[in-house]
Design a protein around this ligand. Structure first.
Ligand code: AMP
Ligand code: MG
Length: 292
């Protein structure tokens, strides 16, 4: 009973703190964030969320017995993927036989919120191996890059091997803190994409063309746009808008798969530092892929 009373007192204290965060000016928000050594970039909504999360984490470490304050992350790593695919202008999206031409994967350590490795390969499309001028201009991928590449099943196998090598080996240390984040074995991985289309459209189509099973590791994934909106309380977003909300700008050329992936990864790292726990929020309906 006493514990419950103590808990409710602490919860109402934190609720008051949240109310105060919502009542202060942008300049005051930045001043407080700066005093705690936190990022001062971003919109008011982002700054408020960052400061509230800071207070929640402080209270959570002071009172570890209050379960609702703790956000346990079940993943050791995030893997950001942003495919590029064949395309042409003025063609209805639904009729186009997209084929994946670029596979970039940016691996993030959840513990340190840092990019630790990158897998990056171009892919030779099998049905239409000649890129349209529109596609080359949009993605920055040249015909030479494509001609020198391997097929989707070959490159995908390399990606699976790359991930398998990084998975925990039986003799890896018990305590993840004991290893350098860069070499920390993957215990569990959450795939993150900008919207639902990378897996539900491009990967699903590619599996159908190649008569491959849909990769088990990609059946569930995190749609970052949805998570971003829920976490910061903003409405519709895309990569540029998420960066704008965070007070950041796009680094590189948009629609290059590797540049898109790196920028998405930077958003994920910022969200992780802000206290977000990213997890699967979309599922691919595998049964429908081969019947369409
Ligand atoms: P993105 O990740 O936004 O670069 O888009 C992924 C893929 O969607 C591209 O490689 C294209 O195949 C297709 N795509 C994106 N934008 C367009 C567009 N404006 N017109 C036609 N296809 C597009
Ligand atoms: Mg892209």
């Amino acid at each position: 009973m006493t514990d419950e009373f103590e808990d409710s007192k602490l919860i109402s204290k934190l609720t008051k703190e949240y109310g105060r965060v919502h009542s202060i000016s942008t300049a005051q928000l930045k001043e407080e964030l700066s005093a705690f050594g936190l990022d001062t970039r971003g919109t008011v909504l982002v700054l408020q969320k960052r400061l509230k999360e800071h207070y929640r984490r402080v209270q959570s470490s002071l009172h570890p017995h209050i379960a609702i304050w703790h956000r346990k992350n079940s993943y050791s790593h995030y893997a950001v993927i942003d495919f590029e695919a064949t395309c042409d202008e003025n063609l209805p999206e639904t009729d186009f036989m997209h084929e994946i031409i670029e596979i970039p994967v940016v691996l993030i350590s959840v513990a340190t919120a840092q990019i630790i490795d990158i897998f990056h390969e171009y892919v030779k499309p099998k049905m239409c191996p000649t890129l349209t001028p529109f596609c080359k201009k949009l993605t920055g991928i040249s015909q030479t890059m494509i001609n020198q590449s391997r097929t989707f099943p070959e490159v995908w196998k390399d990606l699976e091997d790359w991930i398998a090598e990084k998975r925990a080996s039986p003799d890896s240390p018990e305590e993840p803190d004991q290893v350098d984040a860069r070499n920390e074995p993957i215990r569990s991985i959450c795939f993150i994409t900008d919207g639902p289309w990378d897996f539900k459209k491009f990967l699903a189509k590619e599996c159908r063309y190649n008569n491959m099973d849909f990769p088990e590791m990609c059946v569930k994934f995190c749609n970052l746009r949805r998570k971003f909106c829920n976490f910061y309380g903003v409405k519709r977003v895309n990569i540029e808008l998420m960066l704008k909300n965070l007070g950041q700008t796009f680094d590189g050329t948009p629609h290059s798969g590797i540049a898109d992936s790196r920028n998405i990864a930077n958003i994920v790292c910022t969200m992780t530092r802000d206290g977000a726990v990213l997890e699967n929020n979309e599922v691919v309906d595998v049964s429908s892929i081969y019947t369409v």
